[in-house]
Design a protein around this ligand. Sequence first.
Ligand code: SAH
Ligand code: SF4
Ligand code: F3S
Length: 452
Amino acid sequence: MENLKKYFIYTMGCQMNLYDSEVLAGYLESMGFIPASVEEEADILVLNTCAVRQKAEEKVFSKLGMWRAHKESKPKMLMILWGCMVQQKGKAAYIRKRYPYIDLIGGPHALGRFPELFEEATIARTPVIAVEEGEGRSRVFSVKREDDVFAWVPISYGCNNFCSYCIVPYVRGPEKSRPSAEIISEIESLADSGYREITLLGQNVNSYGKDLSDTPDFADLLRKITPIQGLLRIRYMTSHPRDFTVKMIQTVAQEPKICEHFHLPLQAGSNRILALMNRGYTREAYLELVSKIREIVPSCSITTDFIVGFPGEKEKDFRLTMDMLEKVRFDAAFTFIYSPREGTKAAEMPGQLPAAEKRARLILLNKRQAEISQEINAQLLGTKQEILVEGKSKTDPNYYSGRTRTNKIIHFQCDNAHAGSLVTVGINEAKAWTLRGEYISADTDKIFIFKK
Ligand code: SAH
Ligand code: SF4
Ligand code: F3S
């Protein structure tokens, strides 16, 4: 262990995995390791995997192939394969056999046991595997956060929904809410250390607390968080359209710190496909939810996720998905080609579509959505927007970037803007995915109130 100094974590998948990587980094740093800036420099390599689509798995295997060379040039290097992919049935044994140079294989359930597993792997120098279900995530004591203004805060783990296409309930286990007192004390300490925006995480945040007694529902939890001093913005993801209540919409409307961005994954526009997906709502119910949201929070943005090419999706079903684009006019959509996941119901369903057909539908969907996103963004031209500054733009160092309350990325020119401060920007260029603008002023009144 004394020869190991630097670690590098490569993270795939969703925000939950990004957070888990911050926990892994926290553990490693508390053991005295420091971050490496590139993979090649690392003594400890961690790959935090995702299994949501086949593509993610393919990426893991290609990465593992490349890691073989690292291990050959630096045999003492410790290699860790973590996350959702290895939690799948039979996967850990397969990896152990095909990639014997991996020292530790651990699933999300074992996160709380990482330090002892790590110790075991360094001493034993034989592969350690920890993928038993229901080990529980014991309380995490240190998190090494990537950012110092924006933070993820999990409020629940796992998922009970079993959408028929989805692997997440199998790899992350049943839904477990975190006690509200624990969540609030974590957010209070984040705000005290200068964090300005938090994103509450759960596979279905709107069912928060249902598994615990004497626990607030999600809307009440939000009301307990909003008074925390120093916080400027609160976001949350993901919301299941079936569980999004009017009480929630009113909470967003009444609480100024909660951003008026609604991410509501629709997945498909046909009731027949929605039923096969086990989503628990119809297109009519979704449209009603959207109209209630727009009535109560008129200045909001609405984004979604779509899956195209679900088994049995006929041309007329796909047309109903396209029709939902016109009816809702989403600000943006994350679109995916259906990927069969072993062990899920949909993978066994008849009517699996050929890849070319799925791809053709995705192209049509993306093309129309890009036009709509562009049209909606064009309405922002000439308006002033409140931006929470993230820092210098990654693509153009002459620009700073930040997000509107509605979660749109804006690049703007400014001599000196501080990450975590609120500024007003005038929008002068609008594309489908990005907006550009000019700095107008700093919202110093808000910063002054919250400055410690
Ligand atoms: N709990 C969240 C996130 C789930 S994964 C939710 O319910 O929205 C994020 C997105 O990946 C899903 O919304 C879905 O659109 C997509 N997805 C999940 N499984 C998939 C699969 N087998 N094939 C293609 N896309 C999938
Ligand atoms: Fe998967 Fe559905 Fe759970 Fe989201 S709600 S994680 S799509 S099973
Ligand atoms: Fe997230 Fe992928 Fe796991 S989407 S929950 S990292 S399967």
